[in-house]
Design a binder for this molecule. Structure first.
Ligand code: DGJ
Length: 730
């Protein structure tokens, strides 16, 4: 790992263990371009990679064709309005309303360690020796604007993280209408692209298609990432699969409106870009002020899609997720949402806890419905006071009783929301987002609080903190059940209404930072109507995120496959629920539900007092299984062997410990084939030289045998059957 500046060649080379990212400065004006990203390069003379003598040359050699240079040169941070007609990374309107910018090299600094991003989540390194940073300052001399591009590389992960800070060095106010986090150009190599798409209850489905000409974009305007599209994208060679081929992954550490795109142009180059969605974005920069973009993550792997996923997992586990539970097994929880919905009281919750405790469940989570007059989802959001009609004896009494049973206690909040039918709305109708003179649209009968206003955020935070201090509460589920619309803030003047979306996200981050600072041992789980806020920004505050409201084991195979493409299994909220499943009406074996939930944080989401005895009797075995395998699942390397989404019959994935001494493979036969022969399954990621035993079998195998020849699994009788293979070094 290291960053080197080759002064004579004007080349920066950012190395990770297996990759290099190369930036060059060209022309006497000092344009900064992208030279290379991919497999690691040696200490060679790399300036030729800038290709400045091709076709139109640079302005220095061919001033009459300056625009042709702009429109072909792979600018490291492309600007708007001067002749690069591809997507720009930055657009700034000056005091005269002009918006053309030209950025060239001013200075740079290389240092050990990594600075924090003010108010934003970002990767970090524990010790300065663990990472290195390049700060490359570009300037627009005419507009008196500086842009600091910051890049960091880590000792232990093949990732480059980068962000930009825009500084107004003029003495007039300007407006930033676009400031992306990352952009890089690459020659097309018959690339495919992967994006994630979905909806409520089917989040993060994988879509792989060729990159076509023009712009292909994923984006959100919902004020959060959303169920529908994702800030992640990947470019991959045509023949790349799970295990081989070049793959470039890009993700954004942000939880608001994003724009992530590929643009394939006339020269068959592809521009990759990600950042805050510039739609409805306009940020006022007074003289001397700056704007900080969120951080983007770039990952390159020549070990296929799986290699890319493992890099993201390591980066997020080692350099993004924080806090008490980062490296710890999470308590096995039982959540009452699918068990009771709004219909519960102290006695009902205690009945669940009493049955849960002896079976190995470790925490009771009280979901939506414990506050104000919240008897259904039509009212009371904002009234964060305990409903003692439901919780007879109060919250502390309930928590104490639950604790006496040996269980921890967790609680649900939806802090950013307000119901029109609530005491809070009666007192502060202006705290909800509404465009003056317009009736705002409801979603789930609720409105969104203007969390961009500090006094609103502080009020809600203090209400939450009061509840959390009132009893021994060790977990919070932070939910958000509608997107933002009808955006207008009473606190900002008209020129600054374009700041609201981003200020809202900053407000949420500020509240969550306060929460984990004031309650450092709290386990925070983010959630948004299922998995609409499963993003890298949220992982900085909560080590786990609720994956989806769809808890059906078979639907979860696809949802968890898409989620694990980027995010570590340690972060995926996954529960065993009751059948027929509440989202799709499917009935699957209890054992299969347990096996699938084991790939995540593991817990239950059912009325344990009502399920069959047969199911209940399986819980001790499942909770023991969680304790047996969770260290491996949480910390190991993830490999995908087969995708039910692709083959329509079966799913198979495995986790291998870093020392390759142990692995757990999960096989789910979704549909039994008629008259089948046994199915061959080749394991991945093992040490070919090591000798392994599959638990339950007498014989041993060489790792190379298990990976090259594999094993044969007899097709189980009936659909939806799961089987686990615990593989240990003999
Ligand atoms: C959406 C969440 O995803 C559910 O788990 C549950 O907490 C409900 N909201 C409660 O309203």
């Amino acid at each position: 790992m290291g960053i080197t500046y080759f002064e004579n060649e004007r080349i920066f080379k950012l190395d990770t263990k297996n990759t290099s990212y190369v930036i060059g400065i060209v022309d006497k004006e000092g344009f900064v371009g992208h030279a290379y990203y991919g497999k690691k390069l040696g200490e060679d003379a790399l300036a030729y990679l800038m290709r400045i003598y091709e076709s139109f040359g640079t302005p220095e050699t061919n001033a009459r064709d300056r625009l042709s240079f702009y429109d072909a040169f792979p600018m490291e941070y492309p600007t708007h309005g001067i002749g690069d007609f591809r997507e720009s990374a930055i657009r700034v309107e000056d005091a005269n309303g002009h918006f053309a910018n030209k950025l060239t090299y001013r200075s740079h600094e290389i240092f050990k360690g990594k600075k924090k991003l003010a108010g934003l989540p970002a990767t970090w390194c524990e010790k300065d020796e663990d990472c290195e940073t390049l700060e490359l300052t570009l300037e627009d001399k005419e507009a008196k604007l500086a842009v600091v591009l910051s890049y960091s590389v880590f000792n232990d992960v093949d990732a480059v993280v980068r962000h930009a800070r825009v500084i107004n060095e003029s003495d007039k106010t300007v407006y930033v209408t676009k400031a992306m986090s990352a952009s890089f150009d690459i020659d097309n190599n018959e690339f495919d692209k992967i994006v994630l798409y979905g909806s409520w209850a089917r989040e993060r489905y994988i879509d792989r298609t060729p990159v076509s000409y023009g712009i292909q974009m994923s984006r959100s305007m919902r004020g959060e990432g959303g169920h529908q599209e994702h800030a992640f994208t990947a470019l991959l060679e045509k023949n790349a699969d799970q295990n081989k081929g070049e793959v470039y992954g890009m993700d954004l550490i942000y939880s608001g409106n994003f724009r992530t795109l590929q643009e394939r142009n006339q020269f068959d180059n592809i521009r990759m870009m990600t950042g805050i969605n510039p739609d409805d974005f306009k940020w006022e920069l007074t003289a001397g002020a700056d704007f900080q973009t969120p951080e983007a993550v770039l990952v390159y792997s020549n070990e296929g899609i799986g290699g890319m996923s493992r890099c993201f997992h390591d980066l997020y586990r080692n350099h993004l997720i924080r806090g008490y539970y980062r490296d710890k097994k999470r308590p096995i929880l039982i959540n009452n949402w699918e068990a009771t919905y709004f219909n519960f009281d102290t006695e009902k919750l205690l009945a669940i806890a009493r049955q849960a405790a002896p079976l190995g469940i470790e925490m009771l989570v009280m979901d939506d419905g414990w506050f104000g007059n919240r008897f259904d989802d039509n009212r009371a959001l904002g009234d964060w006071e305990v409903n003692e009609e439901k919780l007879q004896g109060g919250l502390k009494h309930l928590v104490d009783e639950v604790n006496k049973l040996g269980l921890k206690f967790g609680i649900w909040f939806e802090p950013e929301m307000i119901s029109p039918e609530s005491k809070l709305y009666e007192e502060h109708p202006d705290w909800a987002f509404t465009v003056p003179g317009r009736v705002p649209g409801l979603a789930r009968n609720q409105l969104v609080l203007d969390i961009s206003r500090e006094e609103v955020a502080d009020y809600i935070f203090e209400k939450m903190a009061k509840v959390l201090h009132s009893a021994n509460i060790e977990y919070v589920k932070w939910d958000m059940n509608r997107p933002l619309a009808d955006i207008a803030s009473a606190a900002l003047p008209k020129e600054r209404q374009g700041e609201i979306f981003h200020r809202y996200v900053l407000g949420v981050y500020r509240m969550q930072e306060r929460l984990i600072t004031e309650f450092p041992n709290l386990l925070l789980e983010n959630c948004s109507g299922g998995g609409a806020r499963f993003d890298a920004g949220m992982l900085y505050y909560s080590p786990q995120i609720w994956c989806s409201d769809d808890t059906d084991a078979i639907e979860r195979l696809t949802i968890q496959e898409g989620t694990a493409l980027i995010y570590p299994l340690s972060a995926m909220g996954a529960h065993v629920s009751d059948c027929p499943n509440h989202t799709v009406g499917r009935t699957t074996p209890f054992a299969t539900r347990g096996a699938v939930a084991l790939a995540g944080t593991f817990g239950y989401e059912l009325d344990i007092t009502k399920i069959s005895e047969d199911d209940r009797n399986q819980i001790p075995q499942q909770t023991a299984m969680y304790h047996k395998y969770n260290d491996l699942v949480r910390t190991g390397d993830y490999y995908r062997m087969a995708s039910y989404r692709e083959n329509h019959y079966y799913d198979a994935y495995m986790v291998v410990s870093k020392d390759k001494k142990e692995a757990l493979a999960t096989y789910v036969c979704v549909k039994r084939r008629p008259n089948p022969r046994s199915r061959g399954l080749k394991f991945l990621g093992l040490d070919p030289e090591k000798t392994y035993r599959i638990e339950g079998e007498d014989r041993t195998y060489l790792g190379s045998t298990l990976m090259n020849a594999g094993i044969y699994i007899e097709e189980p009788w009936g659909d939806f059957q799961a089987k686990l293979f615990h593989i240990v070094e003999a």
